[in-house]
Design a protein around this ligand. Sequence first.
Ligand SMILES: Cc1cc2nc3c(=O)[nH]c(=O)nc-3n(C[C@H](O)[C@H](O)[C@H](O)COP(=O)(O)O)c2cc1C
Length: 305
Amino acid sequence: MIYSPLAVKICGVDFKNPVITASGTFAFGFEFSKLFDIDKLGGISVKGVTREKREGNPGPRIAETYGGVLNSVGLQNPGVEVFINNFLPFLQSKKAAVIVNIAGNTESDYCYLAERLSGTGVSMIELNISCPNVKEGGLAFGVKPDTIQSITREVKKRSKKPLIVKLSPNVADIAENARAAEYGGADAVSLINTVRGMAVDADTRRPLLKNITGGLSGPAIKPIALAMVWQVYNAVKIPIIGMGGIMTANDAVEFILCGATAVQVGTGNLINPLTASNIIDGLRKYVEKNKLGNLQEIRGKLLID
Ligand SMILES: Cc1cc2nc3c(=O)[nH]c(=O)nc-3n(C[C@H](O)[C@H](O)[C@H](O)COP(=O)(O)O)c2cc1C
């Protein structure tokens, strides 16, 4: 790989920069590829893929809040076979690492998906055990350390691909959960998924989402995400992929200072589709201005008196 001050290796996978688009906010990349050159991205984490096709929850399932977005999409996707046959070839023709976010109702669903994707050209698997918008599975596996450890161990056995475990903020102690993922054999953790939230219309006296509650994302959750990345950085040795409200290169640097090796950009893509691209340009300027050989020199280097 050509040397770049933004380049980073995560669990043996080369990323030309640490900027990854977050699951559920970039679909499978096709629409965004018409708006900018997605070869520029470090990686793409695709919409959560399940064993069978899912329609997701009934609408309304997106609502805007101050500094954030509330969603209850509920894992709408075409299913793993359609993903592999129709979308993966396009993603593989791009120069970004392909991370497949997987979700299921049961442990065996997760194991099946990991095994099915093991022989394909995907770069990494991201285990979504933190979706707050589905009744079965999802967050049910991602709250308690013992279930996190066991599902991580079982999935890890089924796949040769590096495994990222995506953690929920809707828990008692995220650091303990990160340690459980590490003990279970996770190669990396990503955090945070959305924060459970709700919006109400005073005039109609109704919740804005059909599902009543949803997951909050965007700048409103950045302080929560930074605190959790810092806590997890002090708890585990495996790499951390940080996210939650990243809109600018400075936001991304804040996550790296708190210990993240790479970042994901989610809601930012919905506000301006060029957000991830602009962040990459901004990070390049940041390393130049601060005369860094590589951005990773500041990872975890938060100055504390
Ligand atoms: C509309 C929408 C759909 C999402 N779908 C998924 C998903 O399928 N799988 C998943 O792990 N996270 C999903 N997320 C969570 C994001 O990947 C990310 O963890 C979260 O939004 C926080 O980052 P952000 O504040 O930059 O958006 C979704 C978020 C949004 C807004």
